[in-house]
Design a protein around this ligand. Structure first.
Ligand SMILES: Cc1ncc(COP(=O)(O)O)c(C=O)c1O
Length: 417
């Protein structure tokens, strides 16, 4: 039987993750990988979690080993509400404003299911987080791909496109703007307060929701925190947080907060997807939050990533500052920097050579819905130790030089003043 002829439209739209393909060799000996955005396992509080795990299985097994509610553990909600109030000034949350998902990735998928059809429109930054692109593309909507600048999306571009949709009588079909407000994946940049306010104004003017995806906001190394879009417009924003980068991705817990009617819809869709997420990991996270202050506990992790980011910046400066047309983002938090190489370099095409030289990155091409910018790459600094960061960047220089030589691309060396 010919499988393709039997597959659904959605299934036919799905491509396997480029990142997974590219990073198959990341753990081979001798390879230095700046590829995945995975936390350093040394940061996981394993002894504390082990102790709580044993207690909640022994003493709370009737709850932890049973099915749970679709929305998630009420105790986890209570603890999460306390955290939102204490650290983010969000003091209006009610249980009905929250649903826990299987990581933020499931939240993205459920939001796609809840809002998008083939006639729908949405906007996202260009570049876009690959996992969000996969979740939304499945629904087949139309995208406004909004260029990203150093202080967030180009909102003039968005407004111009929204106005055009309005003129065409299609603005009703514009469902939401998808935004990564802090330390963008892959681009490392954050949206300024002015732009957050302006986006809210646009949402009010053109009547759409904002989906604020914020897995990295708590991982700030420097600069002042910026209020979340959700905290300024809770009636039209859906906020996606996750335990993945602040406790452990293995728990697979995402926290979705938003207006009650939206949360109810998302919960209904989730019910069809999985009935409920794991009461066991929910209770583990809840008891952890009850016993320890999540934000205080991650301070050593933040310090570690801050150091790694500084080493990465130092290595890039040492290795590339003499070449014209190479730029990189110095992020104030999160896990990524975003490199722009001189025009003509195609980072996907260069990837096999990098692999030969035993250094891995994610080619920029992976992060675009429309026409990609081929001379970009995402580099994650959270996993490799110091010496590997410096050695990996050296290998990258060698890779770029060899690639340019082979392709006849002239690398312009800056003249010393
Ligand atoms: C921007 C963004 N959103 C969502 C996710 C998904 O995170 P998780 O499903 O682990 O919560 C990630 C993971 O890297 C991410 O970078």
């Amino acid at each position: 039987m010919k499988l393709e002829s039997k597959l659904s439209k959605v299934s036919n739209r799905i491509k396997s993750s480029i990142i997974r393909e590219l990073l198959k060799d990341a753990s081979l000996p001798g390879i230095i990988s700046f590829g995945g955005g995975v936390p350093d396992p040394k940061t996981f509080p394993r002894e504390k979690l082990a102790e709580i795990s044993s207690e909640i299985i022994n003493k709370e097994y009737a709850m932890t080993l049973q099915y749970g509610t679709t929305e998630g553990d009420p105790l986890l909600k209570k603890e999460y509400m306390k955290l939102m109030e204490k650290y983010y000034g969000v003091d209006w949350l009610h249980e009905d404003n929250m649903v826990f998902t299987v990581g933020s990735q499931q939240a993205l998928y459920l939001i796609g299911m809840t809002f998008l059809d083939e006639q729908s429109w949405m906007s996202a930054s260009k570049p876009i987080y690959l996992g969000a692109a996969s979740a939304f593309i499945q629904r087949g909507p139309n995208f406004i791909n909004v260029p990203l600048t150093e202080d967030g999306m180009d909102l003039d571009y968005l407004e111009k496109n929204l106005e055009e949709l309005k003129q065409k009588g299609e603005i009703e079909n514009f469902k939401f703007a998808y935004v990564i407000s802090n330390f963008h994946n892959p681009a490392g940049v954050s949206m300024s307060l002015d732009k957050r306010r302006k986006l809210i104004q646009l949402a009010e003017k053109y009547d759409f929701y904002i989906v604020e995806d914020d897995p990295y906001g708590a991982l700030r190394f420097e600069g002042d925190p910026i209020p979340s879009i959700y905290s300024m417009a809770p009636e039209r924003t859906v906020l996606l947080n996750t335990f993945s980068k602040v406790l452990s991705p293995g728990l697979r817990i995402g926290a979705v907060m938003g207006p009650k009617d939206v949360i109810r819809r998302i919960t209904m869709v989730k019910q069809a997807a999985d009935l409920c997420s794991s009461p066991l990991t929910h209770r583990l996270a809840a008891r952890y939050m009850e016993k320890y202050d999540l934000v205080e506990e991650i301070q050593p992790t933040i310090k570690l990533y801050a150091k790694k980011k500084d080493w990465m910046m130092e290595a890039l400066e040492e290795t590339f500052s003499d070449i014209e047309g190479i730029e990189w983002v110095n992020p104030e938090g999160g896990l990524f920097t975003w490199l722009t190489l001189p025009e003509g370099i195609d980072t996907m095409d260069m990837f096999p050579l990098a692999k030969e030289n035993k250094v891995l990155y994610i080619p920029g091409e992976a992060f675009y819905i429309g026409e990609p910018e081929r001379n970009k790459m995402r580099m994650s600094f959270c996993l490799p130790p110091k010496e590997d960061i410096f050695e990996g960047i050296k290998r990258l220089r060698k890779t770029i030089e060899t690639y340019c030589e082979e392709k006849g691309i002239e690398l312009k060396i800056k003249t010393k003043k």
